[in-house]
Design a protein around this ligand. Sequence first.
Ligand code: SAM
Ligand code: SF4
Ligand code: F3S
Length: 470
Amino acid sequence: MERKDILVPEEELNRQRDFQTKIKDQFAARQAHPLACLETFGCQQNVADGQRLMGMLEACGFAFTGEPREADLVILNTCAIREHAEQRVFGNLGILTHSKRENPEQVIALCGCMAQEERVTRRVRESYRHVDLVFGPQALWKFPELLWQVYETKKRVFSVADEHGTIAEGIPVVRERGVKAWVSIMYGCNNFCSYCIVPYVRGRERSREPAAVLEEVRQLVEAGYKDITLLGQNVNSYGNDLDADYHFPDLLADIDRIPGDYWVRFMSSHPKDATPRLFDVMAASRHVARQLHLPFQSGNNRVLQAMNRRYTREKYLDLIRCAREAMPGLVLTSDVIIGFPGETEAEAMDTVSLVDEVGFDALFTFIFSPRPGTKAAELPDPASREEKQKWFDRLLEVQNARSAALHAAYVGKTVRVLVDGESEDEDYPLSSRTEGNRLVRLRGDQSLIGQFLEVRITGSNTWALYGEPL
Ligand code: SAM
Ligand code: SF4
Ligand code: F3S
């Protein structure tokens, strides 16, 4: 698709705004706002989409509730990454038959990554007849029009065509209050890792124009957001589809020039496209956090090849070396899959040994879950669940020991943190983050929320640090 066809034209966006007005007018005779209940599952990309949905809902006149029973509109914004995520959504959909029975006027919508899977939409069409509206991530910007169609036709609406995907700027966003904000810099994925459903449900890679991203970050900083995360399935391929020769390190360097007191982070970074230039730009920046989420998935070269990751264990270790040379003290996190089809115990232990060798600050660990439609779901998978669980437990043991030791090394040190909210711990009632995004539970009162502080670390465990403001 040509670049000019990727940007949704202003007239189209205005049409959507007209639908927002129509929906608002429809509820105008009511005393109170109609209520929407939105539940988002999955990754930050989906959370960011949920915030755009809330923006459009607000423009349609809706207020929000967490209680599906009192809602005029219930939306499940779903995730398809693992089977368990899907089962939860089907469970929730089942429960919604009750609220619909009590209130037949209630509209129920399913969106997000699951909604883009043919297998899922077929099941919803046939067995979940109380669902009125189904739309995939590529149709998100058309939500006002789709919702209007439901109200006007009183028929079920499905917008789930397998699309390349577009970019719609200027959609309103309702953000969480506080200091953290998400900014999608690109959408979709072209990588087709053999286990992963994302490229099938989120369309092809498309980068927002640099000026649009820069303006959004500038506005967020001006509005007081202090911890901004740039999102993309692989931010390192940002810019490949732009007309200009402009790439992720260029964007980071330009963002860094925005004045203010804030940190900027990004995720995820694919090792096949991470470069020394990226690390140099990070190292030279004022605002880019010295933190890198660089998913490696497996420490074994045969498995990496079967996963279609397009790098080797050696290349990954070289990258880590290079990143640490550029940024001593860099905080490193990663994603790992155990039990890819055909993986042997020895291959899984290569993953464990890589974890031990690198010493990640934290790890997001998953047991392989077959996703229908992906290549890996077709492969023979002889290892039993029990065996995989044993390898997984070994991985956790090694990682937990690493995290605990790395955290213990903070004790006695003074670090800068951003206080981002309250914690459930009575003795340490505040929650804060270091530049490397490590959780620090803090003593202190609520007036500190939203501030950068120097704190002394007084304790630690595998998952958190404990501290006191200086
Ligand atoms: N785009 C990101 C990347 O490549 O690093 C990852 C996106 S995915 C939302 C987050 C993580 O889920 C992946 O890094 C992978 O570890 C895990 N994942 C993806 N598909 C999976 C599957 N079929 N089974 C288990 N884990 C999976
Ligand atoms: Fe999935 Fe790979 Fe794309 Fe990440 S890069 S979203 S793991 S296909
Ligand atoms: Fe994210 Fe889940 Fe979709 S992890 S991209 S919401 S499949």
